[in-house]
Ligand binder design. Sequence first.
Ligand code: SME
Length: 177
Amino acid sequence: MAATALELATRQVKCLSMFDFKPDTGCPKPETYRQLQQAAAALTEGEPDAVANMANVAALLGDFLPDLNWAGFYRVVDSELVLGPFVGRPACIRIPFGKGVCGTAAADVETQLVEDVHAFPGHIACDSETNSELVVPVVRDGVVVAVIDLDSPSLARFDDEDREGIEKLAEIISERI
Ligand code: SME
């Protein structure tokens, strides 16, 4: 359906506005995630373009979460995972369901919190600097539509607070990507 003049005007204002979402420094992790979720909700609200929304959320992940070397999305396209918007170095483009940490999260519809990627059978090493990884499926109407992938150069970088924070984020954006 064509956008109304008001919708177009609103989008125009959004483009011209500052999106200056910055994390407060020194917050406990749950508060950082609350701020990240709030920023992601605000940035994606009313925006129908999935790529734009994933790009902004990837940028927020990079800004809000310390000690990462990669953060972004793989989307489900024709029953495989295909690289989506991210921050970090160039990465593997296609990952079959069931392969690697991302493919396992997508196939099992289950978060994968990996303290040491070198001990994960079938881990796909896109970047030799990565030592730990958190992958959370994004589920819409009971179906996995994407995964959020976070990589860190530190061993055991992610814990249950990260898992909860990213799972909640996935829920918030599931209808917007
Ligand atoms: N390590 C992932 C591949 C994606 S990159 O980390 C960006 C995996 O094993 O699925």
